[in-house]
Design a protein around this ligand. Sequence first.
Ligand SMILES: NC(=O)c1ccc[n+]([C@@H]2O[C@H](COP(=O)([O-])OP(=O)(O)OC[C@H]3O[C@@H](n4cnc5c(N)ncnc54)[C@H](OP(=O)(O)O)[C@@H]3O)[C@@H](O)[C@H]2O)c1
Length: 323
Amino acid sequence: MRGLVQEGWGGAGEMRLVEVGVPVAGVGEVLVRVGAAGVNFADVMQGRGTYDGGPRPPYLAGFEAAGEVVAVGDGVSGWAVGDHVIGTGAGAFAEYVVMGADGVVAVPAGWRDEEALGLVLNWATALASLRWLGRLSAGETVLVHAAAGGVGQAAVRIAKYYGATVIGTASASKHEVVRRLGADQVIDYRTADLVAEVLRLTDGRGVDVVLESVGGETFRKSVEVARRVTGKVIVIGVAGGASSISNWELNFKHPVQVIGNHLTTLIRHAPEMFAEVMAELGKLIEVGVYPPGTPTVYDLADGPKVLAELEAGTTIGKLALKP
Ligand SMILES: NC(=O)c1ccc[n+]([C@@H]2O[C@H](COP(=O)([O-])OP(=O)(O)OC[C@H]3O[C@@H](n4cnc5c(N)ncnc54)[C@H](OP(=O)(O)O)[C@@H]3O)[C@@H](O)[C@H]2O)c1
């Protein structure tokens, strides 16, 4: 089969399309013919060696895919050949990928494979962060960073559905997309004075929740604009690099709640919460708040180009590769 191999930690420039053997489903696993693979910022980080616990090169890249089950390993119940599933498994940028049967979910009825991409990663991360960890409720204000991105777009829709006022951040060329999703305000944090602008928009109170995926200098600004005492900064990403805040600052200067969230860890250590989040996502699909995804789909061979653009911050929304 064809697959994209990451040959070194030099990013997209060290990713090549190669011929490799089709993997075999082991105990508790399913073999999936990839209909479409999701491209995530974590793929960029893995290709740079900055993703904690990520694979060492050379490795078959990609980890999110939706497709048809073509073989079922021993000990698997609940899935059969012909089912369409969405989930994660190492080496998803290929024609076939193996996934743990416990971790996959059904592609929603009537949806094509590519339309289900993001269900487990983008939407579950956004929903768990905003509602379960951030306790965002009607009448509150949320700051969603990278609001035009894969996770960001889901977060904007979710926050509006639960009655929050949404301030999004995005590069200027993406503002219209964010507004169309329902965001009340959009800020270009690369050029605007983010802190002054958010405080102005909230009459000096700050926001109730920040979905913080940018990191670097922006992380400190996110802490500054969180409402004192009750405001929550949910840290889900470090696209712009690591940053820190001291216990002294949290005590005296910025008494706010900083909460980390990593979906894989949440699934492992808080499976009940994950089950609740997935059940709620089912409801959001039913009521149309979560419509079929509309990723920009590229040929598998274009993977290196797509990853380079994602790394450069020039992409909009969910991205997919079709083998
Ligand atoms: N914790 C978790 O479990 C979890 C799960 C999924 C994703 N994530 C994180 O959520 C974030 C979004 O992921 P995604 O896959 O949906 O990507 P994405 O948001 O579609 O793409 C990243 C976007 O972030 C913005 N950005 C800001 N600073 C950047 C920088 N230094 N380099 C590149 N982009 C930058 C860019 O948009 P603008 O130019 O418009 O700002 C860019 O388009 C990532 O940080 C990812 O690691 C975390």
